[in-house]
Design a protein around this ligand. Sequence first.
Ligand code: G6P
Length: 368
Amino acid sequence: FYVDKGNHRHFMQKEIYEQPEVLSHTLGAFVDMSSGRTRIPDGQDLDFSKIRRIALSACGTGFYAALVGRYYFERFAGIPCDLDVASEFRYRESPLGDVDLALFVSQSGETADTLASLRYAKSQGLKTAAIVNVQESTIARESDFVLPTLAGPEIGVASTKAFTCQLMALAALAIRAGVDRGVITPERELELTRTLTEAPRLANEAIRLEEVIERLARDMATKSHALFLGRGFSYPLALEGALKLKEISYIHAEGYAAGELKHGPIALIDETMPVVVVAPHDRSFEKTISNVQEVAARGGEIILITDASGAASGAVEGAQMIVLPDMPEILTPIVYAIPLQLLAYHTAIQMGTDVDQPRNLAKSVTVE
Ligand code: G6P
């Protein structure tokens, strides 16, 4: 196939901008738009009612999507989840106990460790399912259930639209699982799927913050280190934000659960350390903010990614802010990914790195 950059300077920017559209395509695979009911794509017979535990595994950005997936399955369907990076799962020889389904997340469907984990799960007699973007891939062929993301070809090495589409698929699946298990009523199902249809509009709102983010990126580009913090649904986003920044700008970045700040990283805080905080005004907000105040008290420079309610609370004096609209919790991982992508993208541009083909990285890692 041939894909060009259109009017964009890089594939990464183009792929960031495609998110509203591909999120809606992906949602359409998992939700029947006329009835608002969730479904498993292509009429596959994946039924969550008897699944006692799910083992999730993936690599890189897919692993962070899987981490959000665990929060979704536990919150919306009450299914406990195990989670491993695939390079560990394949060798860990973990007693699988009551695991009834192994779920893999992969953009390319060719990552060697993820494929080996899939084969290991099959050898242990587990049912397997894969959220994959490339439908002709090995992982898609070898899984019992194929759960497609419809992100289209992703060229930029740093994953953007594939990640948010993975989150969309996981959110819809978790709702489906909740319905199968009787923990989500039909009315609640409709309410949740209606919420998911808001994702493209909110993704557009996030993209419109590009200029604000570009200004913040100029400052970020002068730093050697950065810390990303989040709690609950935003914890995996902090990890993904740090990964994006290090992948393409080569600035050393670490993501942490906000509550872990006091167990180590706070020792690093001084005026030279930017701290990016992912904090929608959700049930974790007050706790995250109290962690952020500890950063502020030590002179750390704060970039707070929050929503209108979070900004209005005036909770952190002197923080730079990226302000999104208020939205239901299930959407925050999807929408908050976008400012993090744009921050990494514009920082990399300031640094003059090769955004679409960062050094030492490959789009698809087919060796161990
Ligand atoms: C590489 C890519 C990452 C990707 C990871 C897993 O490291 O650079 O962007 O997240 O592989 O790839 P997969 O295709 O399995 O999602």
